[in-house]
Ligand binder design. Structure first.
Ligand SMILES: C[S@@+](CC[C@H](N)C(=O)[O-])C[C@H]1O[C@@H](n2cnc3c(N)ncnc32)[C@H](O)[C@@H]1O
Length: 269
């Protein structure tokens, strides 16, 4: 656990809604490399398993619904549940536009709250977990997911090595973007707020055999990465040099390999 990671600045709201998640395009490009995930983690199936025994009163909130894939899966498999998508970004067309730390729902009114790979964006992750607890009815369930601190170290390596290729002697640190609520910090926060937490962690490999999907993933991160580039370098410079590295690695090893470590946190209100 990085003790001061929750003190890292929150992502800029305007960047999230106007750029990063203005539509689902960049997120979809990142999700596409999971076609090569082994062993597979069926996140939708894992959520469905954790919702067994519901309903009782109250809807299921899919907070930070992204592409909407999880809501669509839940609606198909559990038509008895009322699933309400909530998202900060109006461009993603959720049913409710709202922030995870200020949910427009009455206290104790919700049957389950899902916060999948999104709590690291909250203005203050600890407040967001308390807010999710507030809206849940007694016995209601929180299901949250996030990455561990050691998830996909290859991106940081690619960042540093590529900048060195471009003549940067002291590359700026790689900002993972999810450190404010990684699996270690998230487990501690959820345990603190709910009293107990169940953790399911999953380690996997993604071996992508062609450069296209890797480059699409990389390009989807251009907003944040461009802002971190040393003066004088453009995203086009970085992308082209990174592409050479990615292609060389695929020629050498047959695939560009990412080693992932993610987890699902479950708690009962
Ligand atoms: C990495 S995506 C995850 C999407 C989806 N849950 C998934 O697992 O594929 C993060 C999502 O959270 C949304 N988001 C970011 N900050 C938020 C906030 N403070 N409150 C609600 N949604 C937020 C983004 O717009 C985006 O849809």
């Amino acid at each position: 656990m990085t003790p001061d990671a929750t003190a890292l600045p929150a992502a800029d709201r305007g960047v999230l809604t106007g750029e990063e998640y203005a539509d689902a395009g960049r997120l979809s490009d990142r999700i596409s490399v999971y076609a090569w995930q082994r062993p597979r983690l069926d996140l939708g199936g894992a959520v469905l398993a954790r919702l067994r025994g519901l309903p009782g009163p109250g809807p299921v909130l899919d907070v930070g619904w992204g592409t909407g894939a999880l809501t669509r899966r839940l609606r198909a498999d559990r038509p008895d549940l009322r699933v309400i998508p909530v998202d900060l970004s109006a461009g993603l067309r959720p049913e409710v536009v709202g922030e995870v730390d200020r949910l427009p729902f009455a206290g104790g009114s919700v049957g389950a709250a899902l916060a999948m790979h999104m709590l690291y964006y909250a203005a203050e992750p600890a407040n967001a977990v308390r807010e999710l607890r507030r809206v849940l009815r007694p016995g209601g369930r929180l299901v949250a997911s996030t990455n561990a601190a050691g998830d996909k170290p290859q991106w940081a390596r690619l960042w540093t090595d590529t900048l060195r290729d471009l003549g940067v002697t002291d590359p700026p640190p790689y900002d993972r973007g999810d450190s404010r609520f990684d699996l270690e910090i998230g487990t501690a926060l959820v345990r603190e707020v709910f009293g107990a937490v169940e953790v399911h962690d999953h380690r996997y490999e993604i071996a992508v055999p062609g450069a296209g999907p890797v480059l699409a993933y990389l390009h989807s991160t251009r907003g944040q990465r461009t802002r971190a580039l040393p003066k004088g370098l453009t995203w086009a410079d970085f992308r082209s040099a990174a592409s050479d590295r990615i292609r060389a690695e695929i020629d050498r090893a047959g695939a560009f390999v990412l080693t992932g470590h993610t987890g699902i946190l479950t708690a009962v209100a």
